[in-house]
Structures are given as C-alpha cells and as structure tokens.
Design a binder for this molecule. Structure first.
Ligand SMILES: [Ca+2]
Ligand SMILES: [Ca+2]
Length: 483
C-alpha cells in the first residue's frame, strides 16, 4: 500500500485488526462500507484483547458511508450506509468486557481524519477516553474529526473523548471536531469530553457539535477540564466551542454541562478555560452531592485561576432552564467573562439579558429561536473566528446582527403584528407578545386595557383593536401612527 492510494473495505459486519489503520503510510484513505467494525474478534475477552483499538496512524483518513461500489467520495451517504466502529467485543450488549478505547490517535497531524463514522460502546473502565483517546507525546497530536457520532462510550474521565499530553514539555493537542454528536456517553468527570493539561497546550475546537444526554457520576455532565501544572512553563487547557448545543446532560454533583478546575489556587500554574461562542445550554441538570432530589449547582461550574484570564469565556450564548442554575463561578465574579449572552439569572457585563429566549419547542429538543425571541440579533460578531454557519448549517449572520445561541433565525422579525398579552402599561415590554416596546415600524393589535403613561410619547405604524382592547391615555401622553 502506498501513500495516497484508496483502500475500500467492501464487507459488512466484519471484524478487522488494527493493522491497516496503524500501519498505513501518511496520505492513505480508507473507505468503510456500511457495517460494524470491531478491534477484536474475541468472544471471551481478556485484558490484552480489551486493550486493542483502532490505532490510526498520522496522516491516515477514515471515511464512512459507502455501499461498497462508489468511486467518488462525494457519492457516499453516511446516514444510509452507516459505518460503525464498535467496542462491543465479547458478550454482545454487555459493556463490562468491551474495548478500552475504540480509536486511539497519537502524535497525529491535522491530515489525520475521522469522517462520517459512528464510534460507540468503548468502556475504558478506570482509564480515560472510551470512544477516542488522543495523546500528544513527543509530537503534536491534532487530528480532524468530521460528522462523527460518539454514542454510549464510558470511561473514568471523558466517556467519549479524552485529549491529554504527557512526557514532553509543551506538547500540543488541538484536534478539531466539526458537525459531531456526543450522545449517551458517561464518565466520572466529563461525560463526553475530558481535557487534562500538564504543561501541555490542549486547544481542541468543537464547531456545530451536539452534546446530548451525557452523564457524569461526579462533575461535568458533558465536558470536564482539569489543570494541574506546577512547573514554571505554563500550559493551556482551552477548548473552544462554537455553535454547539448542550442539552439534557447530567452531573451527579456540579456542572450539569461543563466543569473546569484549575489547581492554581494550590500553587500550580495550570490554566483551564472553556471558550463558548454562540452556544445554547438548556435542560442540563446538576444534582449536587449525588442526590436525585438535590437542588444542584449550575450548568457551568468553574474553579477559577488566579493567574489566567478566567476559567470561562461566554459570548453570544444562551443559558436557560438548567436545573441548578446557569453559572457558578468559584473565585471569580459572577458575570465575569460573559458578554452578549442570555443568562437566566442575569449577568452584569455588556449586552447580557435574562428574558425567556422563546425556543421553538424545547420539550421536543427544538432550540431554534422564534421570531419574538429577545436572542434574535442580540449577539455580537466580534469573536466569531471566521465560522460562517450555525448549528443547522445556515448562514450565521441573518438580519441586523448575529443571534445569541446555536441557531440563527433566518427569517428575522418582519415587524408583523405585535399583540398585547395582558393589561398594563404601553411601555412595559412584558405587555407585548415579543416582550419589547413597539417601535415605529410595528403594527400592533390591542387585546387588553393598555395605559399610555403620563407624558409618554410613542410611535407605531398602525394600531388594530380587538373587541376587548382599549387604550387609556394619561395626561400629556401621545401615540402617533400612520408611518
Ligand atoms: Ca461486550
Ligand atoms: Ca440575526
């Protein structure tokens, strides 16, 4: 096999060894036909068998989604022809004898690629990274992962994914994950992803990823970060999440979605910092102290760093309806690092709000914005880092400004009819269906008794009345129409 050749695997339901992926030269692509592939054929699996994994060599690419007769990568269909890398060796359906790590990648370039695969049922036991373990040692390890689904993997830390570095000062692990899904993974710390920094630079990027129903037996239902660097040369543990959705994740203790811990307060110099841009965190649960009936502490729980710029940066995000609250920072001010975001409990910094984001149907897992959402056009374009599409692949900028949250409303409010929702004052936003005061371009429908306060001057395009609606003008108030 030579570099650059294409090797197609045309058999479904097969068990293959680790050899092809680990021994292939850089530049080799593997096309995987629909089927389930396992790292071992054992039926009674001992420790050496469980330790086998799909080890992907640097520069090698794995593509899923083929019927087996394609000659063009563009003709694959990852939904119709799913290729699954499964750690469910031994007794089917029992995870106690499964592969420790389904896929391992060590010291790999960004050309190393997992694309259109399902990675599931790894069980690392007391080790980390049940689905995928990325290790940087003497060299950088920064693979590219696209359209992969990590399902039902478990580990001590990082059920689906662990990035770590050891042995060499300042190794780099900056994998990128685009359009991936992390569902049903479990760990003690970081149900889906765990990043541990020790003099390393861990800077993975997650773009348009879904973290759903992952669980942590302790902290960080979806993501856990931990830094413990006591050396003078300081590392960095700084994942970036852009246009990601965190929903229905659960931590038995704190951080229903995300947990960061810096040990700098104990003399180390580690720096764990999660950067969230245009993310939606909703429906996550932190139970605190392991009790199902506990009040819990926060979807985002951070231990601060006295040396770093702050353990979290949240921009153009929505944190809403998380059991145990949105944000609990230890050692940093409550609103620090949060801007242009909708935080249920509020945050003091620029551009933040605390109004109901009016998701389309959150009970059904639909976190798209509706036309009346106060999150529409309320984000900021400043830190977008060049990402031009939202979680649904739609243009990120629609309307006057970037929206808050993972989804961009493509049909911005057209100033259709705003209606009153209760009796009250005209200049009370909560009186109106869009939770804002009408402006000159609005047509409004009055269905209740609405008082125009004394000396108030307002302008609207047009006023309609329901039979139950009336306006009460106070002294000196003016309402102009006909624009
Ligand atoms: Ca099994
Ligand atoms: Ca917008």
């Amino acid at each position: 096999m030579t570099a650059g050749c294409i090797w197609r695997y045309g058999l479904a339901q097969v068990i293959i060894t680790t050899l092809p992926f680990s021994a292939a030269p850089s530049g080799t692509s593997f096309w995987l036909a629909a089927g389930t592939y396992k790292p071992s054929a054992c039926t009674v699996c001992d420790a050496p068998q469980r330790a086998l994994s799909f080890s992907v060599a640097s520069g090698v690419a794995l593509y899923g989604g083929f019927a087996g007769n394609e000659t063009d990568l563009a003709r694959r269909d990852i939904n119709r022809y799913p290729a699954t890398l499964s750690g469910d060796i031994g007794l089917p359906g029992s995870n106690t004898d499964n592969s420790l790590h389904v896929v391992t990648i060590t010291a790999a370039t960004p050309q190393t690629r997992l694309d259109g695969l399902i990675i599931r049922d790894g069980n690392a036991g007391n080790e980390d990274g049940g689905g995928l373990l990325i290790e940087a040692a003497a060299a950088e390890s920064s693979p590219t992962v696209v359209q992969c689904r990590f399902i039902d993997n478990r580990a001590r830390q990082g059920g689906a994914l662990c990035a770590r570095a050891a042995g060499v000062r300042n190794p780099v692990a900056s994998a990128t994950f685009s359009d991936c899904e992390f569902t049903g993974n479990a760990a003690a710390l970081g149900g889906a992803y765990y990043g541990e920094q020790a003099q390393a630079r861990l800077t993975p990027g997650f773009v348009r990823c879904r973290f759903r129903a992952n669980t942590s037996a302790v902290n960080g239902g979806a993501v856990g970060l931990f830094s413990q660097d006591t050396q003078a040369s300081r590392g960095l543990n700084e994942p970036v999440f852009v246009s990601c959705l965190f929903s229905a994740n659960t931590a038995a203790n704190v951080g229903g979605a995300l947990y960061t811990h810096n040990y700098s307060e104990y003399g180390g110099r580690g720096d764990s910092r999660a950067i969230l841009i245009n993310c939606t965190l909703s429906g996550n649960t932190a139970r605190a102290a392991g009790g199902a009936g506990g009040t819990g502490i926060a979807s985002v729980y951070t231990h601060g760093s006295s040396l770093g710029p702050g353990p979290v940066s949240i921009t153009s995000c929505i944190l809403w309806n998380n059991s145990g609250g949105s944000f609990f920072p230890v050692q940093t001010a409550r609103g620090e690092g949060i801007t242009y975001s909708l935080i249920e409990e509020g945050a003091a910094c620029a551009g933040n709000s605390s109004s109901n984001p009016r998701f389309a149907d959150p009970a059904a897992g639909d976190y798209w914005l509706t036309e009346c959402s106060p999150a529409v056009d309320a984000g900021t374009t400043a830190p977008l880092s060049g990402e031009t599409t939202d979680l649904a692949g739609q243009p990120r900028l629609a309307g006057r400004q970037v929206d808050m949250g993972a989804y961009e409303l493509q049909t911005p409010p057209t100033n259709d009819v705003m209606v009153t929702v209760r009796d009250g004052n005209w200049n009370d936003p909560t009186v109106w269906s869009c939770t804002r005061i009408p402006v000159v371009s609005d047509t409004v429908k009055v269905r209740h008794t609405i008082i125009i306060p004394a000396a108030y001057k307002g302008q609207v395009k047009h006023i309609q009345y329901d039979p139950s609606g009336r306006l009460v003008f106070s002294t000196g108030s003016i309402l102009q129409t006909g624009f």
